[in-house]
Structures are given as structure tokens and as C-alpha cells.
Design a binder for this molecule. Structure first.
Ligand code: ADP
Ligand code: ASP
Ligand code: MG
Length: 474
């Protein structure tokens, strides 16, 4: 029988599921932890599989049958070979048939996309979840032959979401009820659920996904729904680091961060966590570990409601897929506050997220940072809201700068650290990188700086060094 309070949820990312060898390691981690407490695993698709599926749908849409067929072959070969490498011959027939059946679901949807010549978001969501269904099946079969009974579970039957395809939000009450119905009996019977990351379904069963990188979010949703004692997110770096190690070679692993710091880091571009991962855990204060499945001895990063005192900045993140939209009243007589309110309202209704916002006091011009892939939506919304003002020349034409990047410096300990912002700006200017806009929330948890795109990486390294966040400096 599983004990209510000691359940463990563990999530394995794409690289941690990326080959037979990695799946063996992931399974051995599960087996090890299952000795002391009941484990629920959440798995990503094998690395690059989600990209392959999305690419295949694009080719289907444009009618490129040869590319579709080639991609399907790649998909099948990768999983069938993994199956052969992981499982004894006696299981090959049945499991390969299971894999092929899942791939057929994908082919059916891709066929529909080809016929329609378009990719309706809900079909895309159903199709891309195939990557996770394949990896979950392989993991469950492997665990079972290793003597740890396990069962693949499609999260479309567990995680209940709204109908925002491609970026759905969980409905927690329904999800808790489903988790009790679907997962608890397995746990009580000593069977480890291997749940697909990334996907869910609406209450009436339409498949959804939680956004790219969403398996982290799946895991935290399930940890909350199961009232887990802990969540461990297994990835390919030693934990949450002071910067993206691909940009900053001497980035240091942080031993602990607060929920708020982790959420700010993720929201501002640290790919190591999906931006919404922390939200479901806050209420129940479920602690999270970010750990490296390639380096089991490394302690990892602990993410907690609160931590010890860490003065100053803790980490620097960046985003390069953003654009700056500027709005400027043509005369000082225009009520700028009114214009800002209308602009923010229009963007909220268009579901275009404002990543940073700054305004100047006299002319009441202001600028907003949005994601590039939401830019068209944002512009359409603004231009229709302000159609009259623009037509009468009360507002200058909406200006867009797509050659920008966002840099964010995060740390609870920045609050009340005098001179920190000045040092950061000086460090960026020393690199001759142009600072375009600056924003800081009143909590002083994050300083956001918009810089010229081609100076972004340089600025990240300069700030990292100025704040002495690196390994040598630490
Ligand atoms: P997974 O497939 O396990 O979900 P991801 O590729 O989504 O892994 O996230 C891990 C990657 O995030 C790392 O390989 C690293 O390059 C990148 N990353 C970006 N910023 C950070 C950061 N601040 N700390 C750690 N990793 C980061
Ligand atoms: N496989 C999905 C993606 O690549 C979800 C994830 O890996 O978290 O976006
Ligand atoms: Mg990820």
C-alpha cells in the first residue's frame, strides 16, 4: 500500500530518455527510489522526437509526402531499435506492435492535415503527444521486465485542462479526481505509473498540450494532484545554474533557490524549467529537486518556498525571441494612462503576454516586450484598439524593434542591495551594448533589461561576471 504522504514524482526529460542506455539509467533511478517510497514517473518524448513530429506535420500541411514518409521511417526506426535493445526477444513482437499502433495514430492525423492543407491546433496537440506515448510505453515495458511492475498511462486521461490548445492550463479539481481514479489504484497495487509528460485533455476529452517543454509542468501538476512528498526533475545539467551553461561556460550550480526565484528564472528564459512548473506546488509547499541523470553524484538544486539568505543576484537569464513594441502619443495632451490601460487590455484579450513594460513620464510614451511568435497577434490587437487614434494622428504609428533581446537578473537578495543596478548597467555599457529599456518589479526580485539583440550574449556574460556568479568567483 502506498502511504499518502511519501509519494515521489520524478520527471525524465528528453535527453534523459534519449537512448536505450539513458532509459536504462532512468529506470534504475526509478527502481532505486521505489525501494523507499511509491514512485510515479513522468516522461518526455525521446530527445528531438517532438521536433520531428512537428516538422512532419508541417510537411504534411504543404503536401510533401516524401518528407512525411521519411520522417515516419525515422520515428519508427528510432523506437523499434530502442525496443530491441531494451527488451528480451520474447517481448519484441508485442511491444513493437504497440509502438506501431501509436505511430499509426500519428499517421492518421498527419493524413488529415495533408488532406485539409492546414494544421488545426487541436490536431497538432493530439499528434505531438505521440512522442511521449512512445517513450512511456518503452519505459514501462523495460521496468516490468526488470521486475518492477509498471504501466504506461496517457495523461490525456489524467490531466484535465482548459481548451487553449498548445498552451493549456490544468483544471486542478478535475485533475485531482482523475489522479485518484487512475493513478492511485496502480500505486496501491504496487504498479509504477509511467505517465506521458506534455499532454492532457479537456473535460470532454479533446487532447491538449501544455506548451513546449511542458513535461516539467505535467510533473508538478501530478505531484500536486497526488499530494506528493517531493518532485525530482531529472535533466542533463547539474541543476539550476547561475546562467545557461551554453552561454556562460563558468556558470555555477545553485544549491537552493526559492519558488519565486525559480519561477522568475524560468519565465525569463531559463529553459531548465517550464515557466509554469512552480505554480501547482506553491500551495502544498512540495519541494522540488532539479538533478542530472547523467551525473548521479551531483547533489542538484533544491527549490523551496524559502531558503537561507543569499545576498545580491543569483542568476542571469536571456531570451532572444522577443520584440519591443513602442507606443507614443503624438501630443502631450493625450491621456497617456488611458492609452496604456487600453493597450494592456487589448494585449490581454489577444492572449499576447507582456514580458516587460516601461514608460516615460512626460510624453507618456511606453514600450512593451512580447514574444516574437505572439507579435502579429499583439500588433493586430493594438492597431484595431487604437484605429481611431492612429487615423486621427493622436498616436504615432506603432513602432516595432525585433532586433532586441531580454536579459533578466534574478535574486531575492537583490532587494535593498544599493548600487547593484548601477553596476549592472555599467557592466553592460562597458561591452558597448546598447541598453534599450529597463524594468524592475516593485518586489526587486528581477531586473529586466532590453538590449540590442547582437549584444545579448555579451551582456549576459558581463553581468554574470560583474555579479561574481561564476564558479571561480563563487
Ligand atoms: P529536459 O529535456 O531535461 O527538459 P531542457 O533541454 O528542457 O531539458 O533543459 C535543460 C537545459 O536548459 C540545459 O541543458 C541548459 O542548456 C539549459 N539552461 C538554460 N538556462 C539554464 C540555467 N539557468 N540553469 C541550467 N540550465 C539552463
Ligand atoms: N517533448 C515536449 C517538448 O519537446 C515536452 C518536454 O520535453 O517537456 O516540448
Ligand atoms: Mg525541458
Amino acid at each position: 500500500m502506498s502511504h499518502f504522504s511519501d509519494r515521489l514524482v520524478m520527471k525524465f526529460g528528453g535527453t534523459s530518455m534519449g537512448s536505450p542506455e539513458r532509459i536504462r539509467v532512468a529506470a534504475s533511478i526509478c527502481i532505486e527510489h521505489q525501494r523507499s517510497r511509491p514512485v510515479t514517473a513522468v516522461v518526455s518524448a525521446m530527445s528531438k522526437v517532438t521536433d520531428l513530429l512537428l516538422d512532419t506535420l508541417k510537411h504534411a500541411e504543404s503536401g510533401d509526402d516524401a518528407k512525411v514518409a521519411a520522417n515516419l521511417r525515422l520515428l519508427e526506426t528510432r523506437h523499434v531499435e530502442t525496443c530491441r535493445s531494451l527488451l528480451p526477444e520474447s517481448r519484441h513482437g508485442e511491444v513493437t506492435a504497440g509502438l506501431r499502433q501509436i505511430i499509426q495514430d500519428f499517421e492518421r492525423i498527419a493524413g488529415g492535415v495533408a488532406m485539409l492543407g492546414e494544421r488545426p491546433p487541436r490536431s497538432v496537440d493530439e499528434a505531438v503527444a505521440v512522442g511521449e506515448r512512445l517513450s512511456a510505453l518503452l519505459m514501462a515495458e523495460y521496468l516490468t521486465v526488470q521486475g518492477t511492475p509498471a504501466q504506461a498511462v496517457n495523461a490525456s486521461g489524467v490531466i484535465v485542462t482548459d481548451a487553449v490548445f498548445g498552451n493549456a492550463t490544468p483544471l486542478m479539481d478535475h485533475t485531482c479526481a482523475r489522479a485518484a481514479q487512475v493513478l492511485r489504484p496502480l500505486l496501491d497495487a504496487g504498479v509504477m505509473p509511467i505517465v506521458t509528460g506534455f499532454n492532457g485533455a479537456t473535460i470532454d476529452g479533446r487532447p491538449t498540450t501544455l506548451g513546449r517543454g511542458g513535461s516539467d509542468f505535467s510533473a508538478s501538476i501530478l505531484a500536486a494532484a497526488l499530494d506528493a512528498a517531493e518532485l525530482i526533475i531529472w535533466t542533463d545539467v547539474d541543476g539550476i545554474m547561475s546562467a545557461d551553461p551554453r552561454l556562460v561556460p563558468d556558470a555555477a550550480v545553485l544549491d537552493e533557490v526559492t519558488y519565486r526565484e525559480a519561477a522568475e528564472l524560468a519565465y525569463n528564459g531559463a529553459k531548465v524549467l517550464h515557466p509554469r512548473t512552480l505554480a501547482p506546488l506553491v500551495e502544498k509547499k512540495i519541494p522540488v529537486w532539479s538533478k542530472n541523470s547523467f551525473h548521479l553524484e551531483a547533489p542538484g538544486t533544491r527549490i523551496l518556498p524559502s531558503t537561507g539568505n543569499h545576498p545580491g543576484a543569483r542568476a542571469v537569464t536571456s531570451m532572444n525571441n522577443v520584440a519591443l513594441v513602442s507606443i507614443e502619443p503624438a501630443s502631450a495632451e493625450i491621456n497617456g494612462a488611458h492609452v496604456m490601460a487600453k493597450a494592456l487590455d487589448a494585449l490581454a484579450r489577444a492572449n499576447a503576454e507582456v514580458l516587460a513594460f516601461t514608460s516615460s513620464s512626460y510624453r507618456q510614451s511606453f514600450c512593451l516586450l512580447v514574444r516574437k511568435d505572439e507579435l502579429n497577434r499583439a500588433l493586430t490587437a493594438l492597431e484595431s484598439t487604437f484605429s481611431l487614434e492612429l487615423a486621427h494622428g493622436y498616436l504615432e504609428p506603432v513602432a516595432v524593434d525585433a532586433n532586441v533581446g531580454l536579459l533578466a537578473i534574478v535574486g531575492e537578495g537583490m532587494r535593498g542591495t544599493p548600487g547593484l543596478a548601477g553596476r549592472i548597467f555599467t557592466a553592460i555599457s562597458r561591452e558597448e551594448v546598447n541598453i534599450i529599456a529597463i524594468a524592475q518589479g516593485s518586489s526587486e526580485l528581477t531586473i529586466s533589461i532590453v538590449v540590442a539583440r547582437d549584444g545579448l550574449e555579451k551582456a549576459v556574460r558581463a553581468v554574470h561576471q560583474e555579479c561574481a556568479l561564476g564558479r571561480e568567483a563563487g
